[in-house]
Design a protein around this ligand. Structure first.
Ligand code: GLY
Length: 562
């Protein structure tokens, strides 16, 4: 008996110490500073800025702009995004540079006379364009937190645009895939009507010229004067709604982050108009009573607990969340322990909960991989987490040849009509209806995690509606299952978003037996579609202070540092 008690004690200590075990890094390890982004060129420009004495905020400005050059499917100056930061003093904050609806926008602008959603109007071409926020965002970050001059930060990006960027295999494939739509939206004289093959170098002289004006005149260089006039005229000539006045009125907004604890982690993420922080807060509170480390990584039980938390939190997301400057969000209620405990009370390991039992709705899912994320830590320990987007791949596909950049189709992130799904299959409600100057609800979840009060992880991903679940899984992969940062990013992912009531798995990585068991419990599983879920770019601070990068194998992503 004594022998068994001892065995149980050893087992108990082992299980409870599981998440205390040292992690062996498998990604790039650097001593001081790092940028992880969707393209090596952008990570390098960010890292070089820090090597020259710039801080993480200067690197953010350079990386954002370099992605607009090297990764035009999502990197942008014609879109928007969110930044979460943590200074080495422990001060945290967020910047909302999300696009806004133009002044002339109204609730039913994408409906026909019978009240039906007009196909393509909120997704393709000038009618889908929201007022861009990215330049306001980076200039605001630089003004409040930067160290180097705009001249020094812009210089390497302008050189990149002038000298050109090599097309990768993945990029060539995607450019070919969209070529027909580029021509349809822009005419066959547009830059992207050309066929680009892997290894070709694309130069961006028009974008370089635009960047020089912003380098010199800052915020007003984009939102007033020559660029604003040309941009508004271009959008309107193509049938869109953004005016010079819309551009002149645009401002980025500093907002308080969403902060919550999960065991000894303190998670800092984006507040509305992003749904990321609130939804992740709900997920982590709902899963807290379950011992995932004991269940095992991507085991049946872990997948069930997470799926049921995802299902319930997305139902709330879609109903309650919107732009806090326009709608009252009952955050105290949504994040209350007792409410979330009650939400999970009908969960059983024996049987899937039906989404109809959580709420109503049935839609087709359309997954896509747009948006991009980058993570930065500087040599002083300042951390920056940014997710930025044009919404769809290459946004609206509308490319302003004269100014050298794509325009977003972010208006589709509003609910054009309550109960009708957007391009991600997400159903919206009145909280996310269209109003002049309102920001559309987002899933972008740039996140920073502290462990025992110290900076531990910087993380985020693209992936539309799958962003929130991919970020949550990555954090848990390292925290609960001791995966290195690179392993956590590489690990196969799964996703559920309440409606459609389908559990999506990435191919290769989940056993047929697991899938069969989940189906037997009533889960409607989709593993056949070859969907990839997210492209996570993250940094982990190792116990010795070194940094491990996690650059997603699913893309051309790269960690660069020193
Ligand atoms: N456009 C994707 C998002 O904001 O979630």
């Amino acid at each position: 008996m004594k022998k068994y008690s001892y065995l149980f004690l050893v087992l108990f200590v082992f299980i409870n110490c599981k998440n205390q075990q040292a992690i062996t890094p498998t990604g790039l390890v650097t001593q001081k500073a790092m940028v992880v982004s969707a393209r090596e060129e952008a990570s390098k420009i960010g890292a070089d800025i820090m090597a020259k004495g710039g801080n993480a905020f200067d690197a953010m400005v350079g990386t954002q702009l370099a992605l607009a050059v090297a990764y035009p499917r999502a990197g942008n100056i014609g879109g928007g995004g969110f930044m979460v930061y943590r200074k080495n003093t422990g001060e945290v904050g967020t910047l909302d540079f999300r696009e806004k609806a133009p002044l002339s926008a109204h609730r039913d602008m994408y409906l026909d006379s019978l009240g039906n959603v007009i196909p393509d109007m909120s997704t393709k071409g000038a009618t889908s364009v929201g007022v861009p926020g990215s330049i306001a965002g980076i200039i605001e970050v630089h003004k409040k937190l930067g160290k180097l001059s705009l001249k020094d930060i812009f210089e390497p990006v302008i050189a990149l645009a002038e000298n050109g960027v090599k097309v990768t295999e993945k990029q060539a494939e995607i450019l070919k895939g969209y070529r027909k739509t580029f021509i349809e939206v822009n005419s066959d004289s547009t830059k992207f009507a050309s066929v680009y093959n892997a290894g070709d170098v694309i130069k961006y002289p028009a974008l370089a010229k635009t960047l020089k004006i912003i380098q010199e005149r800052g915020h007003d260089g984009f939102y007033k004067g020559e660029i604003a006039q040309k941009l508004a005229a271009f959008i309107q000539k193509n049938g869109g709604f953004v005016t010079e006045e819309d551009l002149a009125r645009y401002q980025a907004v500093w907002r308080d982050p969403v902060r919550f604890n999960y065991k000894d982690l303190n998670i800092i993420s984006m507040a509305p108009p992003s749904s990321g922080g609130v939804t992740m807060n709900q997920i982590f509170k709902m899963i807290k009573p379950y011992d995932l480390a004991t269940f095992g990584h991507n085991s049946e039980k872990t997948i069930q607990v997470l799926t049921e938390a995802f299902r319930r939190s997305y139902a709330d997301r879609n109903y309650y969340l919107g732009d806090p400057d326009f709608v009252e969000i009952p955050l105290d209620y949504l994040l209350k322990d007792s409410y979330l405990k009650q939400r999970m009370s009908n969960f059983s390991f024996d049987k899937a909960t039906s989404s109809e039992a959580v709420s109503h709705g049935k839609v087709e899912v359309v997954e896509s991989m747009e948006t991009t994320h980058y993570s930065i830590i500087d040599a002083d320990g300042n951390a920056v987490s940014v997710t930025t987007t044009l919404n769809g791949n290459f946004g609206s596909k509308l490319y302003c040849d004269e100014l050298g950049f794509f325009l977003n189709n972010e208006m589709d992130d509003f609910s054009s009509k309550a109960g009708v799904p957007n391009m991600f299959g997400l159903i919206g409600a009145e909280a996310n209806n269209i109003q002049p100057e309102k920001r559309m609800l987002s899933s972008m979840t740039p996140t920073i995690v502290e462990k025992d009060g110290k900076l531990w992880m910087v993380v985020g991903t693209p992936g539309g509606s799958t962003i929130i679940t991919a970020v949550a899984e990555t954090i848990l992969n390292t925290y609960e299952f001791n995966l290195s940062m690179q392993e956590a990013v590489n690990a196969p992912r799964f996703h559920h978003q309440w409606v459609p009531d389908v559990l999506i798995f990435e191919p290769d990585g989940f056993s047929p037996e697991l899938i069969t068991n989940l189906k037997a419990k009533g889960y409607q599983v989709n593993i056949e579609n070859n969907t990839i879920i997210g492209k996570v770019d993250a940094i982990l601070v190792l116990p010795n202070g070194q940094l491990e990068g996690g650059a997603d194998r699913r893309g051309d992503d790269k960690a660069v540092g020193f």
